[in-house]
Ligand binder design. Structure first.
Ligand SMILES: Nc1nc2c(ncn2[C@@H]2O[C@H](COP(=O)(O)OP(=O)(O)OP(=O)(O)O)[C@@H](O)[C@H]2O)c(=O)[nH]1
Ligand SMILES: [Zn+2]
Length: 377
């Protein structure tokens, strides 16, 4: 197990580095150039980072009025007809704005802000193929709200802008990113960390090649690779795991899993860097504020323009394989998690229930999990 300290399957590809640089630019509020396979080029900017001066720069650089690209889920939340197709993987929707201010862009993008004042209905335009889906995907990868300003540019201007120090990315690089980023996890550090209830524990850190936060494997005891492993896939929850938030059941589930594996003597807990069911901590806080206004946990995600669950289990499967495990008994109440892990090539021999008593702050959340996510309690 220890001699495999290098890369799990293959070395990082240049395309990953390229996408990662672009994510940094977008998070800083800098526009980037995106090119479709047929050669069309657009200038793309994260909607949540805009202000009026940067909108003016975008218009000037592109010599065109940008479209606001939102997900079909967000279009549905805005009451637009085009949102009717809202489902996982549905095409995004393009809006042409009459009120061209940054305030209007933010109103349409972020429902957690104070309620919109504008009554203007945005006009729906054709969403540029390949470019619109890739731009929304980039925002999700950057853990920003899934909305982008997108302005088409002609070939000559694109060349000038690239020389002007703007990064240029191919849409295909975005499409290939998630898979490549999960395949190339590297074991970068490990140490014994005695835990309450599981003194014989080691923490192993796996770094994704995109420069993202490490995923952690907590190996308890000496699990045998030739028999099914007791495993827990725990999605990071800063508020529940660290602060002991009562809004969810994560803290209890994290410590409960360590206790259960410790009591059995051997098993693995994967601590996955996919905060907020994959939407990131900032967006989870936005989702919480929508829940305080009456939405449930699923509706809040959808109002923000996300799917109910944005998690990817490829890194979890890659870590299990690297540790030598192909079959697990999985501690979870979530049947989707079982199916998702199996789709990634890990056999789930059995589901081991993992429920804890509710409190008055998380009752409605747990109830929504049962009614809308199909959780088994
Ligand atoms: N978006 C969003 N994420 C939340 C909310 N409450 C908790 N989370 C996140 O949900 C994840 C919890 O996932 P898990 O503990 O794996 O729970 P699960 O998918 O319900 O399944 P099991 O616990 O395995 O039964 C963590 O990443 C939390 O940060 C919420 O209201 N909105
Ligand atoms: Zn939580």
């Amino acid at each position: 197990m220890h001699e495999k300290l290098a890369s799990v399957e293959m070395k990082a590809e240049p395309a990953l580095r390229h996408v990662d640089r672009v994510l940094g630019e977008l998070r800083r509020g800098t526009p980037v150039l995106l090119r479709a396979p047929d050669g069309r080029v657009a200038l793309v900017l994260s909607a949540e980072t805009v202000d009026d001066p940067c909108l003016a720069i975008l218009r000037k650089k592109a010599k065109a009025e940008p479209l606001l690209i939102i997900t079909a889920r967000r279009a549905l939340a805005l009451g637009l007809e085009e949102g009717k197709s809202a489902r996982k993987g549905a095409d995004p929707v393009a809006l042409r704005l009459l009120d061209r201010s940054a305030t209007r862009v933010l109103e349409l993008t972020d429902p957690s802000l104070p309620r919109a004042r504008s009554v203007e209905r945005p006009l729906v335009a054709d969403a540029p193929a390949d470019l619109a889906p890739a731009s929304v995907d980039l925002m999700k990868l950057a853990r920003l709200l899934p909305a982008a300003l997108l302005a088409m540019v002609d070939g000559e201007s694109a060349e000038l802008l690239e020389n002007d120090d703007l990064l240029l990315l191919e849409t295909e690089e975005v499409t290939a990113y998630r898979l490549a980023a999960s395949r190339t996890l590297s074991r970068v550090g490990e140490a014994k960390v005695p835990l309450e209830g599981a003194e014989n524990a080691r923490v192993i850190a796996y770094r994704p090649p995109d420069g993202g936060v490490e995923h952690l494997a907590i190996v308890i005891g000496e699990p045998k690779a030739d028999s099914p492993l007791l495993a827990r896939l725990h999605s990071e929850c800063f508020t529940g795991d660290l602060l002991g938030s009562l809004r969810c059941d994560c803290g209890d589930q994290l410590r409960g899993a360590i206790q259960a594996i410790g009591a059995l003597g051997a098993g693995v807990l994967l601590y996955l860097a996919q905060e907020g069911r994959g939407i990131g901590l900032v967006n989870k806080l936005r989702a919480y504020s929508l829940q305080d206004r009456g939405a449930d946990t699923l509706e809040a995600n959808e109002q923000l323009g996300f799917d109910a669950d944005e998690r990817v289990y490829l890194p979890a499967a890659a870590m299990l394989r690297d540790l030598g495990f192909h079959q697990v008994n999985l501690l979870t109440n979530n049947p989707e998690k079982v199916e998702a892990l199996e789709r990634c090539g890990i056999e789930v021999i059995s589901r081991v229930p993992h429920a804890f008593p509710s409190n008055r702050h998380n009752e409605a959340y747990l109830d929504t999990k049962v009614r809308k996510f199909g959780h088994l309690f």
